[in-house]
Design a binder for this molecule. Structure first.
Ligand SMILES: Nc1ncnc2c1ncn2[C@@H]1O[C@H](COP(=O)(O)OP(=O)(O)O)[C@@H](O)[C@H]1O
Ligand SMILES: [Mg+2]
Length: 240
């Protein structure tokens, strides 16, 4: 049975200053899905998710989440609705410890000390290395560990919908495959995921459906398996 729509972008347009970037994006994420948003550098992926998260205003169109309009809400109000973005380039607090970064991730939820501890233990189960390094400053972690911390911190907000911006960027190939396994695992544990990536092949293997952005427009979309198996799509859009 088809799941209800969790996120719906309709005719989304925005840009920077006078420069138009997104020229009418229609996109849907249903509960339980991993949806990949693919596209080359500069195609508008980050702009799309910053518009969803309330970081930049819309020029036209709408963002519906859980059946209500959320465009125009403050980013912090959107996080409280459990729509959480794990930003590109990690954006951790480098001079705070691993543990302090995780606590900040739970900040939107006003947890008690005991609840906070339970939640952090769950994150440590998912990422044992974060427990080992809990007193280490985030800025001294390796790239892969920082990425795990960024995901752990986003999970501390208990997302219903987790948006990830290029989580595999800059990671060694072995870490990339671990990361994609982990994203699949987080999804199976009940989190819906909008996955922004340039790594089309790996994303399409774990995603249910995908959209390809090209110069601020959706150039194509469909079930991930169909895109992965279409020779023309592979060559023209995915560079595979
Ligand atoms: N803060 C900004 N100010 C002006 N232009 C921007 C800004 N951020 C992105 N852009 C432009 O918007 C377009 C889309 O960028 P972006 O959404 O970051 O693409 P992607 O995430 O797919 O690489 C690019 O042409 C980029 O140069
Ligand atoms: Mg980007």
């Amino acid at each position: 049975m088809e799941q209800p729509t969790l996120l719906r972008l309709s005719g989304l347009e925005t840009g920077y200053g006078a420069v138009s970037v997104l020229k009418g994006i229609d996109l849907e994420v249903r509960s339980g899905e991993i949806v990949a948003l693919l596209g080359s550098n500069g195609s508008g992926k980050t702009t799309t998710i910053n518009a969803i998260s309330g970081v930049i205003p819309l020029w036209a169109g709408s963002v519906e989440y859980n059946g209500r309009r959320v465009d125009g809400l403050h980013p912090s109000a959107i996080v409280k609705l459990r729509l959480v973005q794990c930003p590109e380039g990690r954006q951790l607090f480098p001079s705070l410890t691993v543990l302090e970064n995780l606590k900040l991730g739970g900040y939107s939820r006003s947890l008690s000390t005991a609840e906070m501890r339970t939640e952090i233990d769950q994150i440590y189960q998912l990422f044992p290395v974060l427990q080992e390094r809990r007193q280490q400053m985030a800025g001294t972690l390796s790239g892969g560990q920082q990425q795990m911390l960024a995901i752990g911190r986003a999970l501390m907000a208990r997302p219903t919908l987790l948006i990830m911006d290029e989580p595999s960027l800059g990671l060694a190939p072995l870490l990339v495959s671990q990361l994609f396994n982990l994203i699949g695992q987080i999804n199976r544990m009940g989190t819906t995921i909008l996955l922004v990536e340039q790594n089309a092949a790996a994303s399409l293997k774990i995603a249910h459906r995908a959209y390809v952005l090209e110069s601020g427009r959706i150039a194509l979309s469909g079930p991930a398996g169909d895109l992965l198996n279409d020779a023309r799509v592979r060559e023209v859009y995915l560079g595979l």
